[in-house]
Design a binder for this molecule. Sequence first.
Ligand code: 5BU
Length: 304
Amino acid sequence: PKREQSYADRAQLPGVHPLASKLLRIMEEKRSNLCLSADVSTGEELLQLAESLGPKICMLKTHVDILKVCVCGGEGGRQNARWERTRSCRCDVCRQDFTAAFSQKLQASAEKHNFLLFEDRKFADIGNTVKHQYGEKDGGPSIVIGVSRRAGGIFQISSWSHVVNAHAVPGPGVVQGLREVGKPLGRGCLLIAQMSSQGSLAAGDYTKATLQIAEQHADFVIGFICGSKITERPEFIHMTPGVQLEAGGDKLGQQYTTPEEVIGRKGSDIIIVGRGILEASDRLKAAESYRKSGWDAYTKRVSV
Ligand code: 5BU
């Protein structure tokens, strides 16, 4: 059988999306197929994770809607007086400040340590709605005087996140809506073809139909969230959540598979790891062991 292409080979394919190509090059350069799922509750901790674990990862996955907010709506009472006085809070964890300060720092960290940002937003509405949820076409920073008047919601995802994901359940319109905003900005989208949770309905024919939508929109869809490789097309990137060094699960239906299984046997490209790293006493050491297991499983696979 033909030898499997390396990440570096795939980065050079004529049909590959520029962002997928960039990601594959980062993976090869940093010898990392690890995506950190940075599920923490403050912007400060998120930035600190990006800075400390940045060198180990090819991608940082966020859920910005689980971040606490400042008490000019929430946390950080110190700033409250200032907020009331000036109506322009500068707090790092404040929602009003989210795009202008926080996301710029996150982007700077991504650039410095050479990884991509992936907001795990799981868009799942009609095209017209997701377009507004994702952000405006120009994607520039919002002006932070009082309340932002720009469309695209609080988080302005399109302005800072290289990659987003979407459920295929609405049909192709969801991708088309996101593409209108993301394509001009050079962004990419992952379709959720399978989920790691127990009893997931994203399986069988649903997974196949998801693949078809991706093939029809390959100028914006760069790959999949999935449990195992679902297509032989090397331009698409397969990313798998539900990964820990020991198989198992949590109390709410999450199911874990090991890096060796996911990369070595299931043929996925990238492992997504959250609590396996976040709950370790030494996060840097844990990140390094996931990076190494993922990378070793990959080198073993491509050398056959
Ligand atoms: P964990 O702590 O490694 O279990 O975190 C997994 C992360 O991946 C978490 O942010 C989930 O929201 C995300 N996830 C997932 O676990 N399974 C899926 O099928 C998808 C996303 Br899609």
